[in-house]
Ligand binder design. Structure first.
Ligand SMILES: NC(=O)c1ccc[n+]([C@@H]2O[C@H](COP(=O)([O-])OP(=O)(O)OC[C@H]3O[C@@H](n4cnc5c(N)ncnc54)[C@H](O)[C@@H]3O)[C@@H](O)[C@H]2O)c1
Ligand SMILES: [Zn+2]
Ligand SMILES: [Zn+2]
Length: 337
């Protein structure tokens, strides 16, 4: 079967390898769609310090079941599925508290272990989600959309709240969509006008603002002087993350969805004066995947325009860098297998 391997930074190769076999508790999945995201690009570039090579990338995955044994999940050969790529240990305190998304020894398929940029992949049956009610294209965007759904779930938004999402990339878009579904008045901030334009058309937004144009005044105007009670930062930019403390109303919540390999500092007197609550949001859980699947099924989320670019296993190596070129206007690129 065909497999795309990242042999070392900046090198993707297509090669023929043997089909994997499913071990105990696993199913063999025929991979049909692979979503590409910033994590893959950082790994490709060699910017992921804990990444080891060679590695098969691909953690946003949808396919059909090729082989499966008797199981309690009601899954059969031929079923369309999405893969929940975060493999937890099931034993650590986080797992015992049902916070498997932040398991102390989490292994993410396509990050810590080989992923889905290949024709077949063996996956634990309990990490499959049946997706018959939605299309295969919609199944592959469950993972990135679940990141936003999880962050919004953590923030416990109440209808009518002013929410600010900073960063209108694929992750920020998912946050905006789910915040709007919770009934929030969602404003979005970015530095990229193209991204703001896309966000305006894609999500049901209150306002869009440019981070370079005096955001404090703009936010004060939008909220009648109150400021947003929930701010999500989905930029992955340390400067933005540090500024984001200023945008939150007194008593409000700040959620870091974006992440950086850097220290983030803030003024403790301001943090205390406002009595802020700071959240990290990591990955997602099956519950979030189920939520996203349902909102796609009911049409609450516009899944059609989220995928902007397509390629296949033979062409991904040659097109990989282009998919991260800001001028290419990529939101989500997928590989069709
Ligand atoms: N929480 C998780 O589990 C999880 C999962 C996947 C990705 N992420 C992280 O989420 C972040 C966003 O991912 P993405 O794929 O959407 O990235 P992206 O780079 O496509 O989007 C980031 C957006 O932020 C904007 N931006 C950058 N600096 C800014 C600033 N100073 N002010 C305002 N806007 C600014 C950019 O213009 C861009 O539109 C990344 O840090 C990524 O690592 C987190
Ligand atoms: Zn991803
Ligand atoms: Zn664990």
């Amino acid at each position: 079967m065909k497999c795309v391997v990242c042999r070392q930074p900046n090198e993707l190769n297509v090669k023929e390898i043997d089909r994997p076999t499913a071990g105990p508790g696993e199913a063999l999945i025929r991979v049909r769609r692979i979503g590409i995201c910033g994590t893959d690009f950082h790994a490709f570039r060699g910017n992921q310090p804990f990444f080891t090579y060679p590695r098969v990338l691909g953690h946003e995955l949808a396919g059909t079941i090729e082989e499966i044994g008797p199981n309690n999940a009601g899954l059969n050969t031929g079923d369309p599925v999405a893969i929940i790529p975060y493999l937890e240990c099931g034993k650590c305190l986080a797992c015992r508290m049902d916070k498997v998304n932040c398991c102390t020894s989490l292994k993410v398929i396509g990050v810590h272990i080989d992923g889905g940029m290949q024709e077949f992949l063996a996956v634990p049956i309990d990490h499959l989600l049946k997706t018959g009610e939605i299309s295969i294209d919609q199944s592959v965007i469950l993972e990135p959309l679940s990141i936003g759904a999880h962050a919004v779930r953590r923030a416990e938004i109440t209808p009518g709240e002013h929410v600010l999402v900073i960063g209108a990339g694929p992750i920020g878009l998912s946050v905006m969509a789910f915040a709007a579904i919770q009934g929030a008045k969602v404003s979005v901030m970015d530095v990229n006008e193209e991204r703001l334009k896309f966000a305006r058309e894609w999500a049901n937004l209150h306002r869009t603002l440019n981070a370079l144009d005096n955001p404090m005044d703009a936010l004060s105007n939008i909220t009648g002087g109150d400021f947003p009670t929930v701010v999500f930062d989905a930029t992955g930019n340390p400067g933005s993350m540090m500024s984001s403390f200023n945008y939150v109303a007194n008593g409000g919540k700040l959620v870091f969805v974006g992440l950086v390999k850097a220290d983030i500092s803030f003024s403790d007197p301001d943090f205390h004066r406002k009595e802020l609550t700071l959240f990290a949001s990591r990955n997602a859980t099956r519950q979030d995947f189920e939520t996203v699947k349902e909102t796609i099924r009911t049409g609450e989320i516009d899944s059609s325009r989220y995928i902007t670019h397509r390629t296949d296993l033979n062409h991904i190596a040659g097109r990989f860098e282009e998919l991260f070129d800001p001028t290419a206007r990529v939101i989500k690129a997928i590989v069709e297998v």
